[in-house]
Design a protein around this ligand. Structure first.
Ligand code: GDP
Length: 131
């Protein structure tokens, strides 16, 4: 997912370019908005964390781009491409290093396992099926 900060700052095209040039195939993509309710459901695992309310407010503050990406070893490779959650700790050249401003407004989301990738694909794309 390209988060509201990166979409709002005009970085969508540059981030998609990085994704494609690093060997990921886009198999589904949409430009949409999360409500507080859907952002809360997406980040349900963080519901008890102190930053949950701020995270939901941020994630529902503007448009996002959701995508399903395909590649061998996609989860691990995408997390390498995006860099650490906190952009101050993200390796030079990673998407968060290049485009993120803070630990919360950190430009992109990447699934943390194949299992969660399947759940998140279905969250955005009803009955998502691999082409
Ligand atoms: P990710 O897998 O790298 O996105 O990181 P997490 O799953 O740990 O956190 C989910 C999202 O919550 C992050 O991408 C940030 O947008 C936000 N977040 C994580 N940690 C913090 C924090 O300490 N403070 C705030 N405000 N937001 C955070």
């Amino acid at each position: 997912m390209i988060k509201p900060d990166a979409v709002g700052n005009g970085h969508t095209g540059k981030i998609i370019d990085q994704i494609i040039s690093n060997g990921f195939r886009i198999v589904a993509m949409k430009y949409t908005c999360l409500s507080e309710e859907t952002a809360g459901r997406f980040y349900d695992v963080h519901r008890t964390r102190p930053f949950f309310k701020d995270l939901v407010d941020f994630m529902s503050s503007g448009p996002i781009v959701a995508a399903v990406l395909e590649k061998n070893n996609a989860v691990e490779d995408f997390r390498k491409l995006i860099g650490a959650t906190d952009p101050k700790k993200a390796e030079p050249g990673t998407i968060r290093n290049l485009f993120a401003k803070s630990i919360e407004a950190n430009a992109v989301h990447g699934s943390d396992s194949d299992e969660n990738a399947a759940i998140e694909a279905n969250f955005f794309f009803n009955q998502f099926e691999r082409f």
